[in-house]
Write a protein that binds this ligand. Structure first.
Ligand code: NAD
Length: 474
């Protein structure tokens, strides 16, 4: 059992001022694996004060000192590889192979990348007659979701530390234990007291408390659009800066010269990876009308190569949804698809055979989906693919850009001209042409209702800085 009923404030565990706790459930077994404290406003105030007190000294450290600190953090993170994998598997139900190759690795990459980038980062700049100095923004409140427990926190923390900002982190109540491991990493790496503070609790108390706190200068949030709106409303009261990494409904544009098996496998892997609980997942496959039947056949041929099952089994590709609530949401969307004019190709409602315990969904594919259908417009955050046909590339681009989101986009095919035209025309923060390759130095974030601001690399560091222009320096 993982029991953390205290908060980490000013370099030590501190009792909560409240008595309430929140159970944490393993979604593969439906069993309780631990509990956390449901923090109070007083707990948050203490953490913010600790971060405030630590800010003057930490913000004055040199970039070399902070780069060394980030490298030590990455070293300590690597030493705890097995623990991270075990914890993320237990709290999220993320399969062991995905957890090792993606969940664990992404968190590490952010610290290593920030260490490297901050050494060469220009915190000062000379312009025509001005001197520009980039100062750390102050105390940052970090609010993270459950789908990538170390990645989401690490990208924010690496950028904050690189910039010289101090933080209060509130992880998701579904997956709070990876953040406890991060705390151990930071302690071992020598992060000064008060620079990193961890307060557990609900969105309504701690999340709201962060976005409306007068002593927090910046809120960096990853999560749903609805909560993003509330955070902006709260932050507007004292003109607090916000960065919002929100949802998506990303298109996979399959060109008419694409290898149909490759395209179908790409689409399946998007809904199967992390059980479709990926903000950048390609969940709308836009396929030329002439390729439709072959594409659907290829989906049927390959879907069994992505088995749903026990996260501990190395052959498992897809685990359970994170929670019963999330499972019900996904089931409701599958039912909406069935109730529409779309055609169910595979999957459907209910649990896969033999997986009655655990919040498992079936990999589900619909075709004959209209671009305006609910399942083609709203983020489902589960293993559900909508196949939509198009007649020419301009129509494909119009459909691809036809949602409120703009987080990611994918193009599969061979003709360089069509690949380039499509990639450049998609209104999204991240476009992948054929193979998925992560670049941790490149900006990550969304257009439209997918968010405000950018994370990762030097763009991420910039979010935690305030540029100051000085003219007339002697
Ligand atoms: P969520 O918005 O429900 O919760 C995210 C975090 O916000 C949690 O820590 C939660 O406790 C907290 N929260 C809840 N209410 C709050 C409030 N009123 N004020 C402040 N904080 C509050 O999202 P989720 O269900 O944890 O995650 C899924 C969502 O996150 C999806 O929409 C997904 O697309 C999005 N997401 C986006 C990205 C990205 O980088 N763009 C990455 C991962 C997930």
């Amino acid at each position: 059992m993982y029991n953390y009923i205290q908060h980490y404030i000013n370099g030590q565990w501190v009792d909560s001022t409240g008595n309430e706790t929140i159970d944490v459930i393993n979604p593969a077994t439906e069993e309780k694996i631990g509990e956390i404290s449901s923090g109070t406003k007083e707990d948050l105030d203490k953490a913010v004060q600790a971060a405030r007190d630590a800010f003057p000294a930490f913000s004055q450290t040199t970039k070399e000192e902070r780069a060394d600190l980030l490298d030590r953090i990455a070293d300590e993170y690597e030493k705890r590889k097995d623990q991270f994998i075990e914890v993320i598997m237990a709290e999220l139900g993320s399969p062991v192979t995905f957890t090792t190759n993606v969940q664990y690795q992404m968190g590490l990459n952010h610290f290593r990348t920030a260490a490297k980038l901050v050494r060469d980062f220009d915190f000062t700049e000379n312009r025509e007659n001005s001197f520009i100095q980039k100062d750390a923004i102050g105390v940052a409140g970090l609010i993270t979701p459950w789908n990538f427990p170390t990645n989401q926190a690490s990208t924010k923390l690496a950028s904050a530390f690189a910039a010289g900002s101090t933080v209060v982190l509130k992880p998701s109540t579904e997956t709070p234990f990876a953040a406890v491991l991060l705390k151990e990493v930071f302690e071992a790496a020598g992060v000064p007291k008060g620079v990193f503070n961890l307060v557990n609790g609900t969105g309504s108390t701690i999340g709201n408390g962060i976005s409306s706190h007068p002593d927090i200068d910046f809120v960096s949030f990853t999560g749903s659009g609805g909560v993003g709106t509330k955070i902006m409303e709260n932050a507007a009261q004292d003109i607090k800066k916000v960065s919002l990494e929100l949802g998506g409904k990303s298109p996979i544009v399959v060109l008419d010269d694409a290898d149909v098996d490759y395209a179908a496998k790409t689409a399946i892997s998007h809904i199967a990876g992390n059980t479709g609980q990926v903000c950048t997942a390609g969940t709308r496959a836009l396929v030329p009308e002439s390729m439709h039947d072959d594409f659907i056949q290829a989906i049927k041929n390959h879907i069994s190569e992505y088995p749903v099952g026990d996260p501990k089994d190395e052959s498992t590709f897809t685990g359970p949804q994170v929670s019963e609530d999330q499972w019900k949401t996904v089931q409701d969307y599958i039912q909406k698809g069935i109730d529409s004019n779309a055609t169910l190709v595979t999957g459907g409602t209910g649990k896969p055979e033999g997986l009655e315990t655990g919040y498992y969904s079936k990999l589900t594919v619909f075709t004959n989906v209209k671009p305006e259908d609910t399942i083609a417009q709203e983020e489902i955050f589960g293993p559900v693919l909508s196949v939509i046909t198009y007649n020419d590339l301009d129509e494909a681009i119009e459909i691809a850009n036809g949602t409120i989101y703009g987080l990611a986009g994918y193009v599969v095919g061979n003709d360089p001209e069509a690949l380039t035209k499509t990639a450049k025309s998609l209104r999204s923060g991240r476009i992948v042409v054929n193979n998925e390759q992560a670049d941790f130095t490149a900006p990550f974030g969304g257009f439209d209702q997918s968010g405000i601001g950018r994370e990762w690399g030097d763009y991420g560091i910039e979010e935690f800085l305030e540029p100051k222009t000085i003219v007339g320096l002697p």
